[in-house]
Write a protein that binds this ligand. Structure first.
Ligand code: NAD
Length: 480
């Protein structure tokens, strides 16, 4: 324990950076506040360009040895990291809940076990990656997956460790060294992960974790000329800023951004299933990039769908996310609350009707909201709210449903509820979305590609697509 240790629900978390295998403090700190009750958890090292340079230098120095480590050895170490995560699931869960306000029960039973799985999956996938060979007039073309180099990973607060490890596990497996910068709203579990990785045998400098504001250390990292990959999950405005920094050094980028995904409910759907899928969109207090926030419901069933939705939504319990009975926790911070409420009040002023909700509750909590009478070109239909705010529009033909579904600048996901397999195939084929779910939601297989089209992102993560991004593919042609 040091003066830099913060204790969260009995768990000791180091508030400093982790650079080159050592804890490093900044001269300044920033406050980490819990959205559950607005209390200050502690002061976290506020990184600057100086710590960014130190972390990149550490990653650069550690790169040749890590890149030269055998695949089997890297896989073994990543499995050891997974073991470490599994041993500390309860600690990671309570710390993440305190930091971002998402449900403790989901962190314990769903998220943290999947964080461990992310390491295991990419360790095993690495061992399956083929080195391909082709023949040309007696010459051999040997294609190999070479690690690209120091990689900067920047992540948001809505699912901190899950999103970080989707990047971290394949980056490390590929043989890259990493500088991870978590969001300033949720710095804690990344720091715990640095401890776990060190205990598991990840060598010094291979994983570096730095803390601080995006406009300070984030900017310095993404502009650094020694960085060979930048993987970012977050908002569109930040992505544009990062793309400018990356352009100066021609650093390859992966961008996982926002969404305004539709849920299409056809009259032939199992309406109970459609309502279950619809109510699920309040998960994590609506702070899910993939959330199907726009309900598009066939006119003939819209009234019945709305009635059953309201009935089911009214059974949700809102409150402290550490409580087993809670379904909806707080939103991340007061500015987000104000942003959410601003969207809703402007929509109502423009003629929308709040079927449920439409207002703040106490603290950082917003009432689960459903708005109808919204125009397709209105702000509430076109912009990502990132709170528990959903809209409902109706359609009368399949063509109209597809047109409305595709009519935003995003293309992250779409969900289709229908009892007709032919319709499902026809409709999904026309939707602009990186992921389309039919009669289900949020099912993710790490072997499959994940990402968004248009303003929802650039590139894909998952399975071989992740290695494609983190590697420089090399073709070696040898004469007979
Ligand atoms: P944000 O863009 O404000 O911040 C994300 C990260 O970027 C933070 O770590 C922040 O510190 C950093 N950052 C900010 N400015 C920076 C800069 N100039 N240079 C470098 N880094 C900088 O996003 P947010 O509010 O934390 O997250 C919410 C957004 O993330 C939503 O739009 C949501 O849809 C999106 N998201 C997308 C996915 C996906 O997989 N597509 C997943 C989760 C969240």
């Amino acid at each position: 324990m040091s003066e830099h240790t913060i204790t969260v629900a009995g768990v000791a978390v180091d508030a400093r950076h982790w650079i080159g295998g050592e804890r490093v403090a900044s001269t300044q700190t920033f406050p980490d506040v819990s959205p559950i009750d607005g209390s200050t958890i502690g002061g976290i090292s506020r990184g600057t360009a100086m710590e960014a340079a130190a972390a990149v230098a550490a990653a650069k120095a550690a790169f040749p040895a890590w890149a030269a480590t055998s695949r089997a050895e890297r896989a073994r170490i990543l499995h050891a990291v997974a073991d470490g995560v599994e041993k500390r699931i309860d600690e990671l869960a309570i710390v993440e809940t305190t930091d971002n306000g998402a449900l403790l029960r989901s962190h314990r039973r769903g998220v943290m076990p999947r964080v461990a799985h992310n390491f295991r999956f990419f360790a095993d996938w690495l061992l399956k990656l083929e080195h391909e060979d082709f023949e040309t007039r007696g010459h051999t073309n040997h294609v190999s997956w070479d690690p690209a180099g120091p990689s900067v990973l920047i992540t948001p607060w809505n699912a901190p460790l899950m999103l970080a490890t989707w990047k971290l596990a394949p980056a490390l497996a590929a043989g890259n060294t990493v500088i991870l910068k978590p969001a300033e709203w949720t710095p804690l579990t990344a720091s715990l992960l640095a401890d776990i990785a060190a205990e598991a045998g990840v060598p010094a400098g291979v994983l570096n974790v730095v803390q601080g504001y995006g406009s300070e250390i984030g900017d310095a990292l993404t502009s650094h000329p020694d960085v060979r990959r930048i993987s970012f999950t977050g908002s569109v405005p930040t992505a544009k800023r990062i793309a400018e920094s990356a352009a100066a050094n021609l650093t390859p980028l992966s961008l996982e951004l926002g969404g305004k995904s539709p849920l299409l409910v056809f009259a032939d759907a199992d309406l109970d299933l459609a309502v279950d899928l619809a109510v699920e969109q309040y998960d994590n207090a609506g702070q899910v990039c993939l959330a199907a926030t726009r309900f598009l419901v066939e006119e003939s069933v819209a009234e019945e769908f709305t009635r059953r939705f309201v009935e089911k939504a009214s059974t949700l319990t809102q409150g402290d996310p550490r409580d087993e009975a809670t379904d909806i926790g707080p939103n991340i911070h007061l500015r987000q609350l104000e942003k959410i409420d601003g969207f809703v009040q402007r929509a109502v002023a423009a003629g929308a009707r709040a079927v449920i909700g439409g207002h703040r509750v106490a603290g950082r909590y917003y009432a689960p909201t459903l708005l109808t009478d919204v125009a397709q070109d209105s702000e509430i239909v076109q912009e990502e709210v990132f709170g528990p705010v959903l809209t409902l529009q109706t359609f009368s033909t399949e063509e109209e449903a597809v047109r409305l579904a595709n009519d935003t600048r995003f293309g992250l996901a779409a969900t289709v509820a229908t009892g007709d397999p032919e319709r499902a195939e026809r409709v999904t084929g026309q939707l602009v979305a990186g992921t389309v779910w039919v009669n289900c939601f949020f099912v993710r297989d790490l072997r499959a590609p994940f990402g968004g089209s248009r303003h929802s992102g650039v590139g894909r993560e998952g399975g071989t697509w992740s290695f494609d991004f983190y590697c420089d593919l090399r073709n070696t042609v040898t004469a007979p």
